[in-house]
Design a protein around this ligand. Sequence first.
Ligand code: SF4
Length: 696
Amino acid sequence: MDGSGLPEIRSTCAYCGVGCGVLLRPDGAGGLDVRGDPAHPANKGRLCSKGSQLGETLGLEGRLLKPRVNGLDSEWDAALDLVALRFRETIAEHGPDSVAFYVSGQMLTEDYYVANKLMKGFIGSANIDTNSRLCMASTVAGHKRAFGTDTVPGTYDDLEEADLVVLVGSNLAWCHPVLYQRVVAAKKARPQMKVVVVDPRRTATCDNADLHLPLKPGTDVALFNGLLTEIAAQGAVDEGFMAHVEGFVATLESASDDDPARTGLDAATLQQFYDLFVRTEKVVTVFSQGVNQSSSGTDKVNSILNCHLATGRIGKPGMGPLSVTGQPNAMGGREVGGLANMLACHLDIENISHRSAVREFWSAPVIADKPGLKAVDLFQAVGEARIKALWVIHTNPAVTMPDADRVRDAIKDCPFVVVSDITAATDTARLAHVLLPATSWGEKEGTVTNSDRTISRQRGALPAPGEARPDWEILSEVGKRMGWPSEFDYASPAEIFREHAALSGVAGGFGKDFDISGHADLTDGDYAALAPFRWPYAGTRRGGRFFGDGAFYTESGRARMVPVKWKDFAQKTAPRFPFRFNTGRIRDQWHTMTRTARSPRLSAHLAEPFLEIHPEDAAELAISPASLVRVTSTHGTALLRALVTDKVQKGEVFAPMHWTGETAPAARVDALVPPVTDPISGQPESKGAVVALAPF
Ligand code: SF4
């Protein structure tokens, strides 16, 4: 209860991977009053601007309220029958790999679970990938190389216990604001705590930093190889912990060959950072899209993990690498196996014993026996007509994928496209043959997992509008109609959660990290009241941290240090394309703005798309502040308003990624990004296009 006497409903924010708890109270006019939940471990009552304005983003204007087939309203049964029929026919004629799902970290875990089960266990393909591929696939790959599993070792509490927080490729102040607030508060309480920001741009996050390292874009591996060399040179290797680590000698040898001068940082600044890291025991290194969205993202991740492994600073209070994910349920998607190269519950698709166990658990007729197409390859396959039926759920790839114009054309030409979403007004939804109205945040029920493995409930506080249905139900209805009525006969998200938890026990039997099987017998009432909990569920390893005891999930049980070398961007600057094009988020918008654009207060922050450009570059090109600039890459063009600022370095420009064909047709910045990816993770290089600029 709050002061009004009306009951409040505990839920979780719709946006970023911090996963803040919120308290919702219907306002009696169809909306919700929203405040931070003081009892939630992620935010302890705090909210950022986006979370605070969630109530402003509700309302039925623009909502998709009824199924549509070929632009006309349809009944649910007819639409679902058609989806099932077209998928069945396509599979019968062209095989299971001729269909694909492209899903989203906005989905709840229960929805994700059903989608993954339907594709991998019943259709028999692994062609289900997610927009999380654009977010943190390199972290997943780096974790697996080093730890044997995709395990985030630390927790948010470590940030407050650390004496040094290093933020790499992370504008935490804008992209994970409540975590930033926690770091600011911790530093205020303990002024001796140091914060270092590693970022080519001088972002808002630098306001709280003791040291900003404006390295040349893409040189993170050289920076951390230099750090590893310095760790060894200063005798800071944890020799005792090395009993739990393999690959140290080869990794150090490789690192010693690299040249930290590539970073463009002067020797004194480098030494200052290296000394700080080496001499501070309690270090947390937070990393995000500046690391992941790269053609060498996995190597960047491992270069960071190498330094924590060498010093034994992992999985202990106040120490460790901490990946912060972009989306509310990117981690839940990883848990259910929602990426094309994963199975379920962190089991491995390449492992025949794992596949057999999952197939048996699901009573599935088949099981995908090889990784499916990762996002960029998936849409390339759509463009080449190898994928002939596509289902897109809660995401807008026609805007957000690299080479977005080609992706939009590929979707347009695909023989059968289904989109489930809350609105028909997205660039992708407009291309769909079948549109299925889904319930939205504030209406739907399920769980999400945040960046420190805390699983929280999202709860509905408003009725489903029109004919909107939850995603798990829509997917299950299609599964039933495709021929598996009992296997997809779910009555509630609680039932799906129990099944997922039970399957995680199978994973636990294989020695996997993700095991929440202690929750497999929850009653519906328990599920309704489920409080946030961090896995591992039963025993806590040092308060829910992994690896502090030196036990890893590799075959040898030892962590692997991975020799990595700096690699240049896939695209090189040249006289024709002399600028490096960086993309990212702004503070008050989210993804392609389907929700945040509804809030006048959020839209007031930065009202239109822009291009940050250094004053000297602007002067050379006769680009005046606030004038329009034509930005041209190898793959597309955009028209953006010049924001002349020395926050970007000379030769570099930055543009936000939120605006769409619906909101600013000339500002679809991902149309400029080439479809090049990290060869290990498949994550696109969203921060590495080369562009030319001209006044418009
Ligand atoms: Fe929501 Fe992220 Fe802001 Fe928390 S930090 S309120 S999860 S957007």
